[in-house]
Design a binder for this molecule. Structure first.
Ligand SMILES: *Cc1c(COP(=O)(O)O)cnc(C)c1O
Length: 583
């Protein structure tokens, strides 16, 4: 601990840094020797989990993916431990006088079946912080969470702030100690984004301080760590300062060699966690084919980082209307772990327009049920009949997803809705403190309010959550997904739509670009105005498709042919297992 007082000390680079590189290069990746077992599970680290059934609400896709990954592991009987914080408070949004405001709601883990195990400590700013270790066990998976009353909310404060660093350090060092406490060793550590870097660091430190040669410890940790990247540009990532690390990180390291190693990674007194995550994880993946290809990351030496493409999938059981899921299984398109069968494409051919319309009526009932407690922006209760036609746009209210694009020409939007007796449902949370997007949402609400027809037919629902996501994907007709091309890493809400037999209108981005441009209603163009024109045209086309049985069958079968394997969570898990444990 004494040497921590001297910040300068850590600026000394390792004398023989070249040796490390040579050593890395010399060690070709051989496959992992330790197979997965109950005591040595697949471990999955995530700062965000969206699994409200188990008490934890996330912010968006990253958390949904984490929850789905565990559920799929459960179905596939893969021993699996997910390690995450349990946030004692969560944010909701509601409308007050036409303005969306945040509401903070306390959450108690005891109400969700978590069991208190014991406490572990992390060191922060000369203090010991005690964290509760809690656990919820399932058949072959478990959620291990760390928490304390002042842990704060998910993504509270600025990225790069002390509080974020504290949360990340607590998850990494606290979570690793929790794993040991429970008696588990990781077969693999999957880091769901760089906020979980400290878990791998904790392992490196443990190996190094317990007598393993430092380089061996590095190699060992690298071979057992997978960094899953969901971001496109490294430049946008927040940095931490050396001074912050002196207060939150170094005090938790016992190995002097690890401290030196980490200190060497600072540039001008700052560090991006991705740069060290790349160093500590030999295995790296991106979340769609396009994303893995275009993610622009450099390692410390300045070389471009290669990511293995493993496209995200969804847990079918969670997201598909039970009737539809049963149908997929009964025709033999999905097997008993809900992975597509070899001949799935031929099986899908049995889907008829009658089936589709029957499932949609059922889904509409589910949507109405969800909407019962979710009035629109005017406080109006919504209920849709079988003859109503519904477009939806459901996703976080962030700029690149372009929630406001369709409102650029309100008269055109009105004409489309009028022509097809259609409604447009918009839902998505604005991130706390995002002034740009709350401004855009306000503007959208004004545009709607300015037109008497739109007022009756365009509905904004606050506090977008997993229930709305489910209700809309099974109850609406057309889903609109139009991120600026190149900015969506994968996206999963469009997967829910494809599985639930919605017509998908999308830009060719994220996981959608795993398929061909002809497998859904594509929006593209050399500039935003061209894209917008195409969006309106595709909205017309989608309505016409639903008016014609042949077109409806053809469109939905084409979507399923292309995307059923892409969206399958079981396919994703198998891809990870094949990548991590090659035979
Ligand atoms: C599926 C889902 C997401 C993922 O959304 P994308 O925009 O596709 O990444 C986010 N939030 C909720 C509540 C979801 O159900």
């Amino acid at each position: 601990m004494n040497d921590l007082q001297d910040g300068q000390y850590f600026y000394h680079p390792l004398e023989n840094i070249e040796d490390v590189d040579i050593f890395y290069e010399a060690t070709e990746r051989t496959h992992l020797t330790k197979a997965i077992s109950e005591e040595r599970p697949y471990t999955y680290w995530t700062i965000e989990l969206y699994d409200k059934e188990n008490g934890i609400r996330g912010g968006g896709g990253l958390g949904i993916l984490a929850a789905d990954t565990r559920r799929v592991a459960e179905q596939m009987e893969v021993p699996f431990a997910l390690i995450t914080p349990f946030y004692p408070s969560e944010v909701h949004q509601k409308m007050v006088n036409g303005v969306v405001v945040d509401e903070h709601v306390p959450v108690d883990y005891r109400k969700y079946g978590f069991k208190f195990i014991d406490k572990v400590n992390v060191k922060c700013c000369d203090n010991l912080c005690a964290l509760d270790v809690i656990e919820k066990k399932f058949k072959n998976t478990r959620i291990i969470a760390i928490t304390e009353p002042n842990f704060g909310e998910l993504y509270s404060g600025m990225s790069g702030s002390d509080h974020r660093l504290y949360q990340e350090v607590a998850l990494g060092f606290g979570g690793y100690a929790a794993l040991k406490l429970i008696g588990l060793k990781p077969a693999i550590m999957q880091l769901n984004e760089v906020a979980t870097f400290f878990a791998a660091l904790a392992r490196l430190d443990e190996l190094a301080r317990n007598g393993m040669d430092f380089y061996e410890a590095v190699v060992y940790t690298r071979k057992h760590t997978l960094y899953t990247n969901h971001t496109l540009v490294q430049a946008a990532e927040a940095e931490f300062s050396y001074e912050q690390f002196e207060r939150f990180v170094f005090p938790n390291l016992k190995s002097l060699a690890v401290k030196k190693w980490l200190s060497d990674k600072f540039t001008d007194g700052h560090i991006k966690l991705s740069s060290v995550t790349i160093e500590i994880a030999e295995l790296r993946s991106g979340v769609s084919k396009l994303h893995a290809r275009v993610a622009n990351y450099r390692d410390v030496a300045g070389n471009k980082v290669k990511f293995k493409a493993i496209t995200n999938g969804i847990d079918m059981k969670t997201w598909v209307l039970p009737d539809i899921l049963e149908f997929y299984q009964s025709i033999g398109a999905l097997d008993d772990v809900l992975a597509p069968t070899e001949g799935y494409a031929n099986k899908i051919d049995q889907l008829t327009a009658d089936d589709i319309r029957r499932f949609k009526r059922k889904g509409r009932g589910v949507l109405n049920e969800v909407l019962r407690s979710r009035p629109n922006q005017y406080g109006k209760k919504l209920e849709f009949g079988d003859d109503d036609f519904i477009y939806d746009f459901k996703r976080r209210f962030v700029d690149y997803k372009r929630p406001e694009l369709v409102f650029r020409d309100p008269k055109r939007l009105r004409r489309i809705l009028e022509a097809h007796n259609a409604h447009y449902i918009l839902t998505g949370r604005v991130h706390a403190g995002d002034a740009t997007m709350s401004g855009k949402l306000k503007r959208v609400l004004e545009i709607i309010d300015g037109d008497e027809y739109l007022r009756e037919h365009v509905h904004y629902i606050t506090d977008y959550d997993e229930k709305l996501a489910f209700g809309l994907s099974c109850g609406s007709n057309v889903a609109i997904n139009i991120p600026i091309v190149g900015l969506e890493a994968c996206g999963t809400s469009w997967m829910k739509d494809v599985a639930n037999l919605n017509v998908l209108i999308s830009t060719h981005d994220g996981g959608v670009a795993d398929g061909s441009i002809n497998s859904y209603l594509n929006v593209s163009g050399t500039n935003e105005n061209v894209e917008l024109e195409m969006l309106y045209q595709q909205m017309e086309a989608a309505a016409e498709i639903w008016e014609n049985d042949f077109d409806l069958e053809y469109t939905l079968k084409t979507q399923l042919d292309t995307f059923l394997p892409v969206i399958s969570g079981a396919r994703m898990m198998q891809d990870y297992l094949d990548f991590l444990f090659p035979v």
